[in-house]
Write a protein that binds this ligand. Sequence first.
Ligand code: C2E
Ligand code: CA
Ligand code: CA
Length: 749
Amino acid sequence: LSTNAAPTDDLVVFRSEGDDRKGINNGEPWKVLVVDDDEQVHKVTSLALSDIKILNCPLTFIHAYSAAEARQILETEEEIAVILLDVVMEKDDSGLELARIIRTEMGLEAPRIILRTGQPGYAPELEVIQNYDINDYRMKSELTRTRLITALTTAIRSYQQVHTIQRGERGMRQIIDATNAIFNSPDYESYCRDVLHHSSSLLGLSGASGILMMEMRAVGTGGNRKNLYVNGASGDYAGYADFSLEEIPDTSVSEMISRTIQSRESLYDNGRLCLYIDSNEGRSGCLYMDIPQMPDELVRGLLDVYAVSIGIGFKNISLISQLNQYAYFDQLCRLPNRTRFLLDINALETGGEPYFVAVLDIDNFSAINNALGHKNGDLLIQAIADRLANSLPADYSLARIGGDTFGILGPEAGMHPSQLVGPFERPFVIKNTPFPISATIGLARLEGRRFEGVEVLKNADMAMKIAKSSQSGPYQYYSEEMAHSAERRLEITRDLHPALSRDEFVVFYQPQIDIQNNRLSGVESLVRWVKEDGSIVPPGDFIPVAESTGLIIDIGKQIFRKSCRQAAEWKHQGILDFKVAINVSVRQFMDADFISGLKQILREEEISAEHIELEITESTLMSEVESVIPLLEELTNMGFAISIDDFGTGYSSLAYLLRLPIQRLKVDRSFVMNLEDDERARTISELIVTMANNLGLLTIAEGIETPGQLDFIRKLGCRDAQGYFYSKPLPVDQFDEWLIQFKKTGGIT
Ligand code: C2E
Ligand code: CA
Ligand code: CA
């Protein structure tokens, strides 16, 4: 029996043998072939045995008058139980010759042979009796009715045993073949198909109706609960595929299946069987089939053996699919992983339609994960995965390509990138606590025929990182330009360290004017990278790089030292009636040695903190709310003034702001820039200044370029202003000249 053998092969082996009440031979008479050239012998034999039953079944006689005729009959007639064979017929040893042919040439092993002879002189040799499996050897005269019955009974009992063994052997062979086939099934689906197909073949049925069910981990229970699902179904039940036990509409079927699983043994009743299957790994299952007749004991035994094979086959196939799972699926979210996502991109067929690949990264996940604990962090990731999966069109694929990063692939026409953040509009609830979560998305457009997954992901990833650092919105498409700026970043990263040791960082100064009194109230120190060739790299280009590499801590210290040294110099000249404002980036601020570093520099440069203002961005102050307050308090106690830079761009809560020991708010340039033509910018600036005045805080507007802007903020009640209107940031010698000019034109210091 091969995988695709017709189900009708070898019907005889597993054919149901009816129930035992009908007699051991299924109620059929035993076939006895009488071979003798003497007509008289036939008559006597029939007569003597006409109405007897052996092992509950009657006898039926088939008559042959020569060895040749007997052979013909044996070739067509099946299941002959006994052959009463005359030794001497056409030839002296015709009977012996026929016995040899039956056993060797025809390969018939089951029929029992009783040799009969007229004269003792023709006794066959012992060898023949042994070699050809002759059951009995008698003189015709010896065979009285009683003796004949006794001899036949023995022979039929023996026939029955041999016959059973033969059916068993052939059955086992079929099982081995079927087992082979199901063990070689390449995947789950074909395994189920093969099991059903071979089961119906084994029962001698063509295309029986059957159901194969196995216990599977129930979805959404974390694998704790196992449910029975239909894995394969055929014939009348083909429509039940994937149903759970409860969903099977035919209650008598589902009821028999539950009984089988509960009792852990195979059940048979009217026209159906339900084989219990144990997968050997704590999972149960069953094979339910409609059958025309009750299988006899032998068949049931064979089916039990087959059930073991089905169970092992199931275990094998689940191991294979588990290996697949580990290689290509993320275990936490049960989503395709990065490897699989890459393969999907490689195999993409767009049909000319533009697609996109999106890399969606959860903002600040590591902070959230630390705060929540890893277990809850995992729950959050799962919740995000679920929401994302539900928000995507059906033809989109979602993968988990990193710890807090998801990949999305789909046709561009299917959804707008801005919709990808839809799932983050509502907070996520973990342990009854709502967490507002945001995500940033980088996209790569796929146009053309073939795509290199690794390349596409790299581009989308780059766009995502740029979207994060530029804060220009939740998503960003990849462009060629980005690749260039990425190259430039790489170049800067490489050159930054040598620049520090070559002392290429120079501080420029920009005046801050008290606009109510036309007085110099401060100067902001702004760093410039002056390269060996004299070219200047603006801080916007290298500060973010220095921040991400951590080099900002050393660069920051150097700027602080240089600014302090300059303040001491101005003090020495007797002109330091203003504060020197120094920018501090978040990385410096969060550094454990930040304060001790400042103290040391103040001491070494012989300047007191009263002359220094620290500009800290609003986003820095909001990022680690609880640790920020004590830090600011310590700085204030040391004598520093604190100013919130870029104010209005973060999302500070006023209540929080009130608790901070700060002196000044710096209205972000983006509002000042738009004062003259944007109603919203005017409203926000007004709000900030009014609020600050009410809280007793000073305000400064940065980026003042025009008299109109100056006029506006002065009227708002803003005390200070900074911007090109007064001066660009200048190297210190030029700044000193500017200061002389400022005083000449009526400015106060
Ligand atoms: P920021 O602290 O907001 O600095 C103000 C920026 O606005 C400066 O750019 C300044 O040159 C520019 N600016 C001032 N007035 C005007 C104006 O009227 N019009 C226009 N269009 N721009 C004006 P800069 O020097 O390129 O610095 C950019 C950013 O780099 C700074 O923004 C700050 O975040 C960072 N940065 C500069 N120096 C340092 C530093 O020493 N340490 C740290 N950590 N960051 C620095
Ligand atoms: Ca600043
Ligand atoms: Ca600023």
